[in-house]
Design a protein around this ligand. Sequence first.
Ligand code: SAH
Length: 243
Amino acid sequence: MVLRIVINKEGKKFLVKDTSQDLHTQYGFLKKEDLKKKSGSKLVSNTGKEFSIFDARFIDLYRKIKRGAQIIPLKDIGLIISETGISKKSKVLDSGSGSGATTCFLANIVKEVISYEIREDFFKIVEKNIKNLGLKNVKLKHKDIYLGISEKNLDLIVLDLPEPWKVIEHAAISLKPGAFLVSYSPTIPQVMDFVDAIRKNEKFSYLKTSEIIEREWEVESRKVRPRSQAIGHSGFLSFVRKI
Ligand code: SAH
């Protein structure tokens, strides 16, 4: 079944999972018959509020994935994609899978993603998220990546692990020459140990470590200013290349 999105002019959005029932919102309810209308149709709730309906896209479903472990936010995933230039031809490994957020986002744009997760409870969450997003190009493995990587000829390895330096030797064997290794860590001591180990390893060249700070703005008539909510910290991204 195709899931659908109902949205109003203010961007308030609802996922329609079941078109055999009316959809209740804080703006009134929408009749089940209306939820089957073709994409782009205008809908009106019982209280007179206007909505539009369309088939859900990847990003609509992605934002609803089930979460176990802390995910890599979109602002950081954006930099991983742009700095490495991965594409529909790329074969990528992601570990730990965590909630599967990174794995699924990458799977939507590359050829194949292999994903390693050590914890069974998280593995099950990722399995479910992959299925709900309808992704067919993910090989999810219940494995400890510190013990080794079975795949070869990879174009990118993304690490979101407590001790990423334990993967460097395995990555050297599994990455193609010129391919990328990206390590995401929330704390600076992890970055220090990772970069230090990379600098000592002759199979890699260190590119850079970055932090992305995204500042959302409020644009409301003449009240145009950064949103007042505090900017939370996510992590640092270290970029490395196999030579
Ligand atoms: N990037 C993920 C979140 C990863 S959280 C996302 O966007 O959803 C870190 C994950 O690494 C946790 O689920 C943890 O269980 C897993 N992990 C820790 N050590 C591991 C290891 N040695 N091998 C595989 N997975 C590991």
